[in-house]
Design a protein around this ligand. Structure first.
Ligand code: XMP
Length: 498
């Protein structure tokens, strides 16, 4: 059992996810019967136990929207001005499935050549043309493939070929998706601009989006107004209280206090301040890796804890600061303590496969927080680019990397007042993983298979088995770990899902 693995007096070792393997149990249910419902905080339930990290190459509003639609939740990073971060939160809260609230607009003076560049960069083909090329301005027309396909002179200006506003089917603001859908069906058009009475563009509805937008039955939504739930990270700088006020005004549901070492008086004070001033906001504190650190934050009122120190794919904290803990040991020990207080924990970092998520849940985590696993999806901030050997890549960097700290995240590492910035992370690239809407279903299906093999029909059952000592783990030798991976082939190609 886990207690035997982690409680052994003879072994003072810390274990990672890869050191362990779960032993299979008895299956008496189908894989689709496995329920992944779990908790992010005391009061926020998730149908998909996956959270996207507050990192500036992982979570802004697009990611948070996609994560919430898929049943998880995103934490908007804090390397943004207070206004920008609050705006990102507001975008998630205002999101309405099917409506594009900030369509990319173009100017009538733009040439087709310039539009071609934009199309390849962004990957879509229809653009509203507005007076000043911005959203919220007067709608002059629409350019779609049908307007541009057969024009040979790519220097032609859009004003000459666009479908002008007077010939467009539009709909007035205030309509719901059902009405927009009907108009699209009747008009047989691909795009429907939504405008104010005076003709200013406020949103767009696209036929392909509606077709794609089969329901999101797992979405993480507020009970009352059905808005998507979103979290946002803060630090413990003096102006972070203003940040909390702005995030609260934007409708944030949870605040994550971002620190590599959460057991500090600064954080304790911040947890208490938020809890006493914003009763409705859930507070996630951390990071912690020991029971004592966890206890200190739980006693201040934390609604969840983030667990992990120096084990992320981009982390160098353990090398630089000699502090941290192997992640499976950290998750198991902190979860055991937090469970006594009914506080969920998030296993943060070091997750590179659905199997790692199964292990994190098996060790008591409420959800897995992932950076690198989700980096490289189309919803993350940043543009794709190609490597010399033709791979499509995006940047992914630690918040403790010099690049990121220069943008403000040094507070996470208590470095904001020093003249020397000591890196606790690196900056790198990851391969294109496609959309979160394809990737999360792959991950959740993988987790379901894992739980079925173990014989647990729900996360709750899995964790009851853990408590009762019925979940069996074995430690893996280095050879066993090699054996558990692909081996003995000259070369192979790995396709993750189909
Ligand atoms: P993964 O393994 O999912 O880890 O890429 C993401 C988590 O790593 C933490 N993080 C850092 N830790 N130096 C660190 O020591 C860093 O620069 C850094 N940036 C992020 C963070 O907890 C994140 O969720």
């Amino acid at each position: 059992s886990a207690a035997e693995v982690f409680g052994s007096k003879t072994s003072m070792s810390g274990y990672t996810y890869d050191d362990l393997i779960c032993l299979p149990g008895h299956i008496n249910f189908g894989v689709h019967d496995v329920c992944l419902g779990s908790r992010f905080t005391k009061k926020i339930a998730l149908r998909t136990p996956i959270v996207s990290s507050p990192m500036d190459t992982v979570t802004e509003s697009n990611m948070a929207i996609a994560m919430a639609l898929e049943g998880g939740i995103g934490v908007i990073h804090t390397n943004l001005s207070i206004e920008d971060q609050a705006r990102e939160v507001a975008r998630v809260k205002k999101f309405k499935a099917g409506f594009i609230l900030d369509p990319v607009c173009v100017m009538p003076t733009m040439t087709l050549e310039e539009l071609d560049v934009l199309k390849t960069q962004l990957g879509f083909t229809g653009f509203p043309v507005t007076e000043n090329g911005l959203m919220g301005a007067k709608l002059l027309g629409l350019v779609t493939k049908r307007d541009t396909d057969f024009v040979t002179d790519r220097k032609t200006r859009l004003s000459a070929i666009m479908t002008p506003a007077k010939d467009l089917v539009t709909i007035n603001e205030g309509c719901d998706l059902l009405m927009a859908n009907e108009v699209l069906q009747k008009s047989k058009k691909g795009k429907l601009p939504i405008i104010t009475r005076s003709g200013l563009l406020v949103a767009m509805v696209s036929r392909t989006d509606i077709k794609k937008n089969v329901e999101f039955p797992n979405a993480t939504k507020a009970d009352l107004n059905k808005s998507l739930l979103v979290a946002a990270a803060i630090g413990t700088r003096p102006n972070d209280k203003d940040r909390v006020r702005a995030l609260a005004a934007a409708g944030v549901d949870a605040i994550v206090i971002d620190s590599s070492q959460g057991d500090s008086v600064f954080q304790q004070e911040m947890v208490k301040w938020i809890k006493s001033n914003f009763e409705e906001i859930q507070v996630v504190a951390g990071n912690v890796v020991t029971k004592q650190q966890a206890k200190n934050l739980i006693e201040c009122g934390a609604d969840a804890l983030r667990v992990g120190m120096g084990i992320g794919s981009i982390c160098t904290t353990q090398e630089v600061c000699a502090c941290g803990r192997a992640q499976a040991s950290a998750v198991y020990n902190v979860a055991k303590l937090a469970r006594m207080y009914n506080v969920p924990i998030l296993a943060d970092g070091g997750i590179s496969s659905p199997g790692h998520i199964v292990k994190a849940l098996s060790l008591g985590a409420g959800a897995a927080m992932c950076g690198s696993l989700l980096a490289g999806t189309s919803e993350t901030p940043g543009e794709y680019f190609y490597s010399e050997d033709g791979k499509r890549l995006k940047r992914y960097r630690g918040m403790g990397s010099i690049d990121a700290m220069k943008k403000g995240s040094d507070d996470r590492y208590f470095g904001s007042n020093s003249s020397i910035k000591v890196a606790q992370g690196v900056s790198g690239t990851v391969q294109d993983k496609g959309s979160i809407h394809r990737y999360i279903p792959y991950l959740t299906q993988g987790i379901r298979h894992g739980m079925q093999d173990i014989g647990a029909k729900s996360v709750e059952q899995l964790q009851t088995m853990l408590q009762e000592g019925k979940l069996r783990f074995e430690l893996r030798s280095a050879a066993a770990q090699r054996e558990g991976g692909v081996h003995g082939l000259h070369s192979f190609e790995r396709k993750l899902f189909d």
